[in-house]
Design a protein around this ligand. Sequence first.
Ligand SMILES: Cc1cc2nc3c(=O)[nH]c(=O)nc-3n(C[C@H](O)[C@H](O)[C@H](O)COP(=O)(O)OP(=O)(O)OC[C@H]3O[C@@H](n4cnc5c(N)ncnc54)[C@H](O)[C@@H]3O)c2cc1C
Ligand SMILES: *[C@@H]1O[C@H](CO)[C@@H](O)[C@H](O)[C@H]1NC(C)=O
Ligand SMILES: *[C@@H]1O[C@H](CO)[C@@H](O)[C@H](O)[C@H]1NC(C)=O
Ligand SMILES: *[C@@H]1O[C@H](CO)[C@@H](O)[C@H](O)[C@H]1NC(C)=O
Ligand SMILES: *[C@@H]1O[C@H](CO)[C@@H](O)[C@H](O)[C@H]1NC(C)=O
Ligand SMILES: *[C@@H]1O[C@H](CO)[C@@H](O)[C@H](O)[C@H]1NC(C)=O
Ligand SMILES: *[C@@H]1O[C@H](CO)[C@@H](O)[C@H](O)[C@H]1NC(C)=O
Length: 517
Amino acid sequence: MLSLPSLSSTGLLLLAASAVTPAAGFEYNTFDGPGFPSCHNVSRVYNASSVADVSSLVKSLTASNSTSVRVRAAGKGHMWYDTQCSDAWTVIVRTEELSGISDFDLAPGADSGSVWVEAGVTFFQLAEYLHERGASVGYTLTNWNITFGGSVAMGAHRSSIREESMVAAGALAMDIIDGAGDVRRVVRDDSDEWLAASTSLGLLGIIARIQLKVYPDTKVYAKQETLEEKDVLDGDIYGLIAPYATANLWWWPYKRKFHQRYYDPVPANSTAQEGFQNTFSVTELEAVTARTMLDSGKYLATSNMLAEEIFFGLWSKPNFREKTTNEEIKEWPVYGWNYDVLIGGLYPDQKPEWDYGLAGYTLELAFPVTMANKMLKRVRQLFDDELKKGIVMTSTYRSGINIKFGKAYYDLLGQVTYNTSDGADWTKGAIMFDFPSYRPTIGDHKRFNEPFYHKVANTLIDEFPCRPHWTKNTRDVFARAVKNLDPDHLRRFNAVRKQFDPHGIYRSVIGEILGFY
Ligand SMILES: Cc1cc2nc3c(=O)[nH]c(=O)nc-3n(C[C@H](O)[C@H](O)[C@H](O)COP(=O)(O)OP(=O)(O)OC[C@H]3O[C@@H](n4cnc5c(N)ncnc54)[C@H](O)[C@@H]3O)c2cc1C
Ligand SMILES: *[C@@H]1O[C@H](CO)[C@@H](O)[C@H](O)[C@H]1NC(C)=O
Ligand SMILES: *[C@@H]1O[C@H](CO)[C@@H](O)[C@H](O)[C@H]1NC(C)=O
Ligand SMILES: *[C@@H]1O[C@H](CO)[C@@H](O)[C@H](O)[C@H]1NC(C)=O
Ligand SMILES: *[C@@H]1O[C@H](CO)[C@@H](O)[C@H](O)[C@H]1NC(C)=O
Ligand SMILES: *[C@@H]1O[C@H](CO)[C@@H](O)[C@H](O)[C@H]1NC(C)=O
Ligand SMILES: *[C@@H]1O[C@H](CO)[C@@H](O)[C@H](O)[C@H]1NC(C)=O
């Protein structure tokens, strides 16, 4: 049992009170809310208000006996599945109020500069701050309501072969609160300490602040083509992506088509348009229609076929509005400011789809881009194997199956690292197969032909040197994919981890599956 020193802050006193009388842990949820736990056994949720506050919290928790203490940071909960914590009683430290932005430095005419953000700063907050100062973070992005701490910790990324697109690739330095509650500054260099911190899975400690690279703001265009499936499967996939600042494919397996989306800068004075992308919001009517159709698709393939037909049609049009007037933009290409076009956010009159109870399952694996054709053809074959049995499988997600790409970036646990013992050539970059699917709101919540999804995951993991995205896979997928990770990278990572967190207070089920404890 813990006995804590008495502390001045109310939060710490409350924490101390519950720590001395351990109750059954409660669930902590992902962005999908109740019924979607990211942790099963949480003893307390603590809202961090400053870096010093988190540091003293960790010191107070570990003061008497570190070995039974478990702590995990929490950003915006934009993760899937129950892989945030370990299953032991865990204190969650929410970083939402750790949202300071400081030391912005971009000299007039300079190619790049830097800024410090606290861990809870979201992409949206920083984009707004930077745009007001004529700057942007370039292409090291993820979606709007996600924190820099959560993205850097878990190796999140955008989609690009030409430009750096791992969020961590934009980090120059970071402060990590270690297992003793001390703040350690780690600076970009080629040490194992930096290479471990670069994709740390939160296992070194709580990332408190990050120094990021910034660039002069740009306008960009977004354009989209529709391609026949065979032209992609037999085509030059690298050539569809590598020429652009950022690009990806969306696959419509029932329609046997792809969308190719790509973006590049244009001179700021070349267009007055201010396009704003909507990535995840829908109207209530759209949400209810989709939910009804997809729920019936749990039993009827025809509902899923109709859904893919409708989603494909909608996704062929620009999902953009003019920011200044809120009017729909109907023609490709679309132009606007960097962040608004690359990510955007919610339209003022809509809500994110998950607020209407539309939830999904997902699976995301990265492969060497040199195997892109082989991998996609293997997935095609798996779809066709079902067809031979008379079962039509489709994409049940509003933007199809997301095929993303990543420029090679060296660290120990990142999805796009290279020089690994699998002998595969990761230096040309990676292709990611991101397969979201609708989670029926009814019955057992299993999907139409549920075993198919597991077959796809298992086949890809067993037949390819692929690596899991760290927040988009189930425990089973991680356990199966460990064999594809470089044992020497794991060993080097764990050596750094032991220095930062010798008692394993920041452990998660992922760290356990990777064999670190
Ligand atoms: C709608 C949506 C779109 C997405 N788009 C992309 C995308 O384009 N590319 C991509 O790669 N991923 C994407 N993701 C996944 C997302 O980037 C990651 O799951 C990210 O880790 C979520 O960050 P968060 O701030 O919500 O953190 P949380 O979900 O709260 O936490 C995620 C994990 O990070 C740890 N963590 C959080 N903050 C810290 C910290 N300060 N220090 C140490 N550990 C920490 C947590 O303990 C947890 O294990 C998307 C997710 C959603 C829901
Ligand atoms: C932490 O903040 C959230 C909202 O920001 C609030 O709902 C929650 O009650 C707070 N928790 C504590 C323990 O103060
Ligand atoms: C610390 O806690 C662990 C696990 O609860 C226990 O096994 C160990 O004996 C404790 N050590 C001390 C010094 O109290
Ligand atoms: C962002 O995430 C928070 C959860 O921390 C949630 O309350 C809020 O509604 C989200 N905002 C949007 C626009 O999705
Ligand atoms: C929750 O954690 C406590 C303490 O670590 C442990 O005794 C208990 O078994 C855990 N409960 C579950 C359901 O894992
Ligand atoms: C746009 O700006 C560039 C320099 O930034 C200048 O050379 C060019 O003439 C401008 N074009 C227009 C149409 O104003
Ligand atoms: C990759 O491996 C080679 C040979 O072992 C080594 O010389 C090189 O430094 C490695 N590159 C990186 C980035 O570690």
